[in-house]
Design a protein around this ligand. Sequence first.
Ligand code: DC
Length: 220
Amino acid sequence: MAFMIITIDGPAGAGKGTLASHLAKIYNLRHLDTGLLYRAVAFNMFQAGIKAEERQKAFEVASSLKPEDLNNSSLRDESVGNLASEISVYPEVRDSLLKFQQDFAKEASSNIGGAVLDGRDIGLVVLPDAPCKIFVTASPEVRAKRRLKELHEKEIDSIYETILEDIKARDTRDQNREVSPLRPANDAFILDTSELGINEVIEKACLFIDSRYPQAKKKA
Ligand code: DC
């Protein structure tokens, strides 16, 4: 086996990021949370006072994105996520982030043996030839409850109904945009995490991965 590429797609809050970082550790792969790219573009736009409607400027910001822009804890803010979702509908923004993601997978493959990339369109658009695709999903209500718990843990005051509304609005936008709408690839393994704990999610994902990469080595 030359290298291992695992794609993980799904809606906000389904548990993609958590699963992806566990899998990267288990199989010793590099991990890219591609949502961070869109978030970094949004954050840099905020900083420069650029509005979501300023399409050409959004493209310019995306084209000048640097890897170090991803190391910023403010990228996780709700407001950054919402702007990221808005500007992710622009095809030219998506295009300019495409190469970054493909280069990451290529470099990780030659340096460490492979990568896990999580996002919305990795299996369909970014790495359509990847042999191992997982689509993680969960009901909007479960995702809103998880998000609320995370925010409470960070002592951020939030209301369940507002979070649920935000999640539904983001799903609608992500699923209905013209370019790269959120949907599973035909050959993706669909993993509904609504009723599962993290260990069960990891176990199911590993079973699928091992069926696609029978030679894969796992850390105990
Ligand atoms: O996964 P996240 O919440 O960090 O992503 C923020 C937004 O970025 C999301 O609403 C849609 C967009 N996104 C995308 O369009 N394609 C990706 N591969 C990853 C994120």
